[in-house]
Every structure is written in structure tokens, then in C-alpha cells.
Design a protein around this ligand. Structure first.
Ligand code: UD1
Length: 364
């Protein structure tokens, strides 16, 4: 039986890998050509950023955890490469599957490829064309050395073809993150703080911020918060604070009557907050996809996106990073003039099954 490594390290990876385990379990053990080995790099390690997702999404316990923790990009990437190479030297798989665009993705893709192991990339072909984002560098490098490409949109496949990738190695499978959403729709869990904060369905905004460009400068972060608070018509704003953002806020006297600062939420609790919100304001990429499917208005505090379908046919609008220009978007929301979203092709909850079928063929 051929071994396939699945690499996960950071919060957004977990909902993308869960459907692979679920789909492979559906195949009769005797007919399965491969076994999955789960590697957790430990890039994210707080309970709320990692463990909570494993229980919510029913992901098996990792076979290995490198516990690399935080560090500069070079330190973090290097530590993961060293640990993974060490494992590959003693026990190497037939194929290494990486997902998304985080440092764990690029680190394991490089370590595997240099050991002549096949590499498959889930969520391949996305491009923001903004090299100031570490994720864009991770996407380009990972795609440039991968052997198999699993894409969420047709456009991502076209991007890969234009960069010289052979069409036969590109598989348009849909979006595994949306598989997780669909299969958990009825499991979303009301956080206990929902009642404590007197939240009411459809009567609050949800906010997430973690991109270095928005949060690493205290002044910029405060300007963003000021401007959201003043544009929001006194509607409560629920803000689960990412550890990176928390570090900047620590010890500062940030006090807004409408902004409710709360700890990072588990998957099922966060999705409950999203599904019942009036709108979400974010700088995350994944949330633009989830809000599109849930038909929740989404304002993205970025100037570009690697997920253009969320703007073209989804609920997402790029409101930019200039806090002075946010207000008109809120007016549009409060006048109930926000567009409706349509699901992109194949975002139907079956991406994991499609990938597993392809893995069966690749390992036969
Ligand atoms: C990473 C990804 C980003 C993704 C995001 C989701 C890269 C380059 N970036 O960014 O694409 O959108 O995850 O969260 O891989 N920290 C903790 N506990 C944790 C994890 C992090 O306290 O469990 C703190 C540490 O101080 C760390 C900082 O958060 O230095 C940032 O974590 P890191 O993994 O470097 O990047 P993210 O900003 O989370």
C-alpha cells in the first residue's frame, strides 16, 4: 500500500484536509490503494488555533507533530524543512500533499521534492500578483515544483497552464474548505459568549484581522478599528482576535463601546458567528469563500485577492486598505444594497471525494 503524507500546520489548513480523511474512509479498506499519514508541523500550536479544529472537524490525531512553533519566516520554514527531511530520510511516502499557501506548505513541498518524492498541491494556481504577501511567494514556489495540481476554480487551472504546467496534471476538483462547511452546516455551535454579549442574529458585524500589513503597525491597526467603529452605526462588532493581532494590542488602551474583543473561536463556533452575522469585515482569504457560500456580505480590507470569483460572483468586495474610504461600503450595507452571492462551479461539498478518486488512480 502506498503512503501519502498530508501536511497541515496552520489554522486554515485544517478545514481543507478534513474532507480527505472523511472521503478516504468511505472507500472499502481492501480497495484503498493508499494510506494517509498526517503530519502536523506545529506552525500553529495554541489550543484555539489548532487542537480545537481537530476535534470540531474530526481529524485523526497527527502521526507526527514537529512542534516548530513561531519564528521569522526563514526560521519557521527552515525548522519545518529540517524536521520533515529527517522523517523522509527514515520513512518516505510515495506522495506528499500540501494545502494552501502557508509556510508549512512551501517548506514540506521543497523538502519532499528534493528527496524526489512526488508533490501534490491542493488549492493550486491561485495568484494575487502581490509579491509583498508571503503567501503569494509560497503559492508560486509550491506550484513551480509540484507534480499534481488540485484546483478550486477553472481560472486557477488556466493560470497554471499559462505558466507551463501540463493540463493532464491539473485536476479541477472544487473546494475542500467548502466541503467542511457543507458537512458541518447543522453542527455550527453557538458560542457561550453569544448570549453574554447579548448578540442577536443578523444584528452584529463580525471582524477578523491578521495580515501583517493591517495589524503589525499599531497606528494602522487603530485607524482601521476607529474607522470601522465609526462607520458601523453602533452595531456591535464581534472581533475574535488572532494571536498576532493580540500581541500588538497587548498593554494598549484600546476601548470601543461597539467592538467586542473575544479570543479566537473554534471552527464550529466561528462558523456560527459568521452564518448569523449581518456582514463580515476581514483580511482573510478563506472567509471570503465561506461568506460567499453562506451569502453573507463580506468586506475585504485588501487591495487585491487571489480568489477573484468571490468578488465576481460572490458576496465579497475589496474595500481596500485606506481606512478613510471604508464608510461608503457600510452605507451600502445598511441600505440593504449588498449583492447576493452565487456558488462557484464545483463548490458543492464533493471536492474531497474527487481528490480521493484521483489519488486512487495515481497510486494504482
Ligand atoms: C499564518 C499564515 C497565513 C494564514 C494565517 C491564519 C504564513 C506565511 N502565514 O499567518 O497565510 O492566513 O496563518 O492564521 O504561513 N501565534 C500564537 N499561537 C499560535 C500561532 C501563532 O501565539 O498558535 C502567534 C505567534 O506570536 C506568531 C504569530 O502569531 O509569531 C503569527 O503566527 P504565524 O504562524 O507566523 O503567522 P500567521 O500570522 O498566523
Amino acid at each position: 500500500m502506498k503512503k501519502i503524507d498530508i501536511i497541515a500546520g496552520a489554522r486554515p489548513n485544517f478545514m481543507k484536509i478534513a474532507p480527505l480523511f472523511k472521503a478516504s474512509k468511505k472507500i472499502d479498506k481492501d480497495l484503498l490503494n493508499f494510506e494517509l499519514r498526517l503530519i502536523h508541523t506545529g506552525q500553529h500550536y495554541d489550543k484555539s488555533m489548532s487542537e480545537a479544529f481537530f476535534s470540531d472537524l474530526d481529524i485523526p490525531k497527527p502521526d507526527f507533530n514537529f512542534n516548530v512553533g513561531s519564528g521569522s519566516h526563514a526560521e519557521q520554514t527552515a525548522k519545518i524543512m529540517i524536521e520533515y527531511e529527517r522523517l523522509l530520510n527514515t520513512d518516505s511516502p510515495y506522495l506528499c500533499i500540501v494545502v494552501g499557501d502557508v509556510n508549512s506548505t512551501i517548506a514540506c513541498a521543497i523538502a519532499a521534492k528534493k528527496q524526489k518524492i512526488l508533490v501534490g498541491h491542493i488549492e493550486a494556481g491561485l495568484r494575487s500578483d502581490d509579491l509583498s504577501m508571503p503567501e503569494e511567494i509560497n503559492r508560486i514556489v509550491t506550484d513551480s515544483i509540484s507534480d499534481y495540481f488540485f484546483t478550486t476554480t477553472k481560472e486557477a487551472g488556466d493560470t497554471l497552464i499559462h505558466s507551463g504546467i501540463k493540463e493532464e496534471n491539473i485536476f479541477f476538483v472544487g473546494n475542500t474548505m467548502i466541503d467542511s462547511l457543507q458537512s458541518n452546516l447543522s453542527n455550527f455551535k453557538k458560542p457561550s459568549l453569544y448570549d453574554d454579549l447579548s448578540l442577536e442574529d443578523g444584528k452584529y458585524l463580525l471582524l477578523t484581522l491578521h495580515r501583517p500589513a493591517n495589524v503589525d503597525e499599531e497606528i494602522e491597526l487603530e485607524r482601521i478599528l476607529d474607522s470601522i467603529a465609526s462607520a458601523s452605526n453602533d452595531m456591535p462588532i464581534v472581533f475574535p482576535v488572532h494571536p498576532r493581532t493580540q500581541t500588538i494590542l497587548n498593554g494598549k488602551d484600546v476601548n470601543y463601546s461597539s467592538i467586542k474583543f473575544i479570543p479566537p473561536q473554534s471552527y464550529l463556533e466561528f462558523m456560527y458567528l459568521l452564518k448569523n452575522s449581518s456582514a463580515v469585515i476581514t483580511d482573510s482569504g478563506g472567509i471570503t469563500e465561506e461568506s460567499t457560500i453562506l451569502n453573507i456580505p463580506c468586506m475585504t480590507i485588501r487591495d487585491n485577492t487571489e480568489r477573484p470569483e468571490t468578488v465576481k460572483i460572490g458576496t465579497n468586495e475589496l474595500i481596500g486598505t485606506d481606512h478613510r474610504k471604508f464608510a461608503p461600503w457600510f452605507e451600502k450595507l445598511f441600505k440593504s444594497q449588498w449583492k447576493n452571492g452565487t456558488a462557484p462551479e464545483k463548490w458543492d461539498g464533493k471536492a474531497g471525494e474527487r481528490i480521493v478518486k484521483i489519488l486512487q488512480k495515481l497510486t494504482s
